[in-house]
Design a binder for this molecule. Sequence first.
Ligand SMILES: Cc1ncc(C[n+]2csc(CCOP(=O)(O)OP(=O)(O)O)c2C)c(N)n1
Ligand SMILES: [Mg+2]
Length: 285
Amino acid sequence: MPANYQSISKAAWQIRRDLLTMIYEAQSGHPASSLGMTDIFTALFIGKILRHDPKRPEWDKRDYFFLSNGHISPVFYATLARDGYFPKEELKTFRQINSRLQGHPHFTFDLRYKVPGVENSSGPLGQGLSQAAGMAVALKMDKKKNKVFCMMSDGEQQEGQIWEAYQFIIHHQLNNLIGIIDCNNIQISGSVDKTLSLGNLKLKLLSFGFKVLEMNAHDFVDIFAKLELAKNETHKPIMIMAKSVPGKGVSFMENDYKWHGKAPNESEYNQAINELNLKEKASEQ
Ligand SMILES: Cc1ncc(C[n+]2csc(CCOP(=O)(O)OP(=O)(O)O)c2C)c(N)n1
Ligand SMILES: [Mg+2]
């Protein structure tokens, strides 16, 4: 790995340990796609692809990040905490009653409950892209330069509302919007291909009029290159198809849909943490 990605990679392994600890302690949550999207979250926030400032979450020049597949909240919260949006200690309250860190991120203007860095509510899949498109069109009306990023999952592509949003984005030529689709080929009860195939998603997006980029979601060189390319695009709205390994880093979770929404038991947790420690050491060589 190039030397300049060493610290980003280190942060990603730590975020993986943090999010697994949250899910283990709560005995509830979604490990597979949280682990799969960790490298991208690390690049976006800690790698400063997003124009943002953890000490000023409401900064009016910030880029907006909308999470549509809200069940991957563990990686979102763990990244925000590591980046300094709120104390890491608070991660212990994940999925507890009265915690701000609910299973699916919640947006509110009420500062008693607001999680710094969270821009939208999620839970019902398929809605985040419409929320992001609304923000993108509003920014354009105000002639503002902020970018809007929206992360979605592949299972979500089965939702009709996603395709309404695609039409809207192309109709309004929202070239300030960057979609990232987690192409991990799993959903709640099996593979996406077998449950409800998306067909040739790339061709469908191209036919709508998007610029489509393909990305290896675990190669920081590729992640940074594609995200920078997307940020600098001024012509077309962009969709990034990020090919990821669900459960990345934990051998018995990788590519197994059964870890979509299951907490590890004590021995599984200990094994997972050991494996992540070893992978981190190996990546430093
Ligand atoms: C509208 C809606 N339908 C069903 C669900 C229940 N659900 C939660 S996660 C999920 C799987 C969706 O696929 P994907 O996001 O690709 O799963 P992952 O890759 O995270 O395993 C489902 C069906 C939901 N949250 N919202
Ligand atoms: Mg999926």
